[in-house]
Design a protein. Structure first.
Length: 128
């Protein structure tokens, strides 16, 4: 599968896709670790066609990177069913990335959505 380039205008729509998994690599052209991670990310995109792989160039998308509190690059974020399941700075090895994707696929999203709803209800009660 190809890797899509996301921008401030396309990021939210990509996250809000109702099904599927989105993994985003925040990077910059001058970043050595980012360039080293790029082939690992590309190879994983070919091995996991059911996952949407995306990149965000933090030099071009500074406002978006700031809004998402990207402090160092590369940073990976994984979203599934509009929920961020993973966010971590630093490049992963091919094995670590494949393990992460396997873990994300095995997450019980019904349980995650239930926990989010319960936390929101609790927060709403605390504000009342």
């Amino acid at each position: 599968m190809s890797i899509v380039e996301l921008t401030q205008d396309t990021f939210q729509a990509a996250v809000e896709k109702p099904d599927g998994t989105l993994i985003v690599d925040f990077w910059a052209p001058w970043c050595g670790p980012c360039r080293g991670f790029a082939p690992v990310f590309e190879k994983a995109s070919e091995a996991h066609p059911e996952v949407t792989f995306a990149k965000i160039n933090t030099d071009l998308e500074q406002e978006l990177a700031g809004a998402l509190n990207i402090r160092s690059i590369p940073t990976l974020m994984v979203f599934r069913e509009q929920v961020m399941l993973f966010s971590q700075p630093g490049a992963l090895s091919a094995g670590q990335l494949n393990e992460l994707l396997d873990q994300v696929k095995n997450v019980d999203m019904a349980q995650v959505h239930q926990e989010i709803a319960e936390a929101r209800a609790k927060a709403d009660q605390a504000q009342s």
